[in-house]
Write a protein of this length. Structure first.
Length: 76
């Protein structure tokens, strides 16, 4: 894959299952760096990979906290 690509293509490749409006919001908020070429945005492949890994770590951490809370409350 080229170092810069359309954000939608990069997200489809990694099967992140997020909507276009969500991708636009991530880019607007600067959570994933991007640059414009004319009216189109480009993202670096490595930035999409970094976002994916950050998202996975955050999700795993949240699940660990929920599991610990379940055990603490005796729900499991």
């Amino acid at each position: 894959m080229p170092p810069a690509c359309l954000p939608w293509a990069a997200f489809r490749i990694f099967r992140l299952n997020v909507s276009r409006p969500y991708v636009v919001r991530l880019l607007d908020e600067g959570r994933i760096p991007s640059h414009r070429v004319g009216t189109h945005r480009r993202v670096l492949f490595r930035d999409v990979v970094a976002y994916r890994e950050e998202h996975r770590r955050a999700r795993a951490s949240a699940l660990d906290r929920m599991s610990a809370l379940d055990q603490e409350l005796g729900l499991t």
